[in-house]
Design a protein around this ligand. Structure first.
Ligand SMILES: [Zn+2]
Ligand SMILES: [Zn+2]
Length: 348
């Protein structure tokens, strides 16, 4: 399996002590949420991504329907944490992020591709594009080339950046530089080709809706109830679940770069954010992650619950995951300084 390693330009940093954490922070270019940053130059004079904006708006307009008595279901609400765990925690957190982007552990190809497909069903772009954006983020965190720093505005960091074309990601050279390890694999090339990713997205929505209809048929049998169950499963299993996982994942880019505590004085504005940490099952311990990006363990303190890592730990016990990268010494963490143009990702 190919690897992507952070291995140049390291700078040793000391963790902050609890007393240091409570003290007012030193002024630094990115230490204040009030710092002003310009949008990446590569987004200037670019077109609005109307189709994606339309999908996001359309989903949000459909959401109130889920709360109409005809479609409302307490089981639907319970499905949110379950759907979040299956599709977002294992697909985006364990798959797209800790495995594909940072190669924080190893697993069989079939499991990697399963995680990738689950991540795809969160409608957060294809694996190659997500990984490219996130690697550029790590290379330039809270500096102008960062695709989604909330130091521009909170809205930009949370979701605004998604709706504007970024010329950086329209260039083949970007993908050759940042995702060569993925694009060498036929599976990821196939996903990018001829909208294959779109058919998978549509297929998963049809499957969930169909399972709702099947449930209605087996339990009640009459056509109106079958249609009602199909609608419930679509609204809760697809629409509400996708919206929920959108906002908690986007919250890593926005809230966890603005609000929360810092264990490490990284050169960006990353924070450990309780709300996002718990909602994403570990991705919100984002300051820890920026201090030690390759580690597949994001919770560095005993209270920083990291269900994503615990799931990987369990899979390791079953022999399905191995070589999980643990945090480096708590006393000498190394970080990558965000120096523009530096070749940080070494792709073998
Ligand atoms: Zn970040
Ligand atoms: Zn990362």
């Amino acid at each position: 399996m190919s690897t992507a390693e952070i291995n140049t330009g390291r700078q040793t940093v000391e963790p902050t002590s609890p007393s240091q954490r409570d003290a007012p922070e030193q002024a630094s270019p990115a230490s204040s949420p009030l710092a002003v940053l310009s949008r990446p130059r590569t987004t200037e004079h670019q077109q609005v991504k109307w189709i994606y904006a339309g999908v996001v708006l359309g989903f949000h307009l459909l959401l109130p329907l889920a709360f109409f008595p005809y479609f409302f279901s307490w089981y639907g609400i319970l499905c949110l944490p379950l759907g979040n765990y299956i599709f977002c925690t294992m697909g985006i957190g364990a798959g797209y992020h800790r495995l594909l982007t940072h190669r924080g552990y190893q697993c069989p190809s079939w499991l990697e591709y399963t995680f990738s497909l689950l991540g795809l069903c969160c409608i957060q772009d294809t694996p190659a594009r997500w990984v490219a954006v996130h690697r550029v983020h790590h290379n330039n965190s809270d500096e102008q080339p960062d695709p989604h720093s909330p130091l521009v505005t909170f809205f930009w960091g949370h979701m605004g950046w998604l709706f504007v074309e970024n010329a950086e990601f329209g260039k083949l050279a970007t993908f050759e530089k940042y995702t060569r390890d993925l694009m060498r694999q036929p599976f990821y090339r196939w996903l990018e080709r001829r909208y294959n990713w779109l058919w998978i997205l549509i297929g998963h929505a049809v499957l969930i809706t169909g399972l709702g209809a099947l449930y209605g048929a087996l339990r009640y049998g009459d056509t109106p109830t079958i249609l009602q169950c199909a609608g419930q499963w679509f609204l809760w299993g697809v629409v509400a679940r996708v919206i929920y996982t959108w906002h908690i994942t986007w919250g890593v880019n926005s809230l966890a770069h603005m609000y929360g505590y810092r264990n490490y004085e990284t050169l960006d504005n990353s924070r450990n954010n309780w709300l996002i940490g718990l909602a994403t099952n570990g991705e919100g311990w984002h300051n820890n992650h920026h201090a030690d990006p390759r580690s597949a363990v994001h919770g560095h303190q005993w209270w920083e619950i990291d269900l994503t890592y615990r799931s990987l730990w369990l899979l390791e016990k079953c022999g399905l995951v191995w070589n999980i990268i643990k945090p480096r010494s708590n006393n000498k963490l190394q970080i990558v300084p965000p120096v523009e143009g530096e070749e940080t990702w070494k792709l073998s």
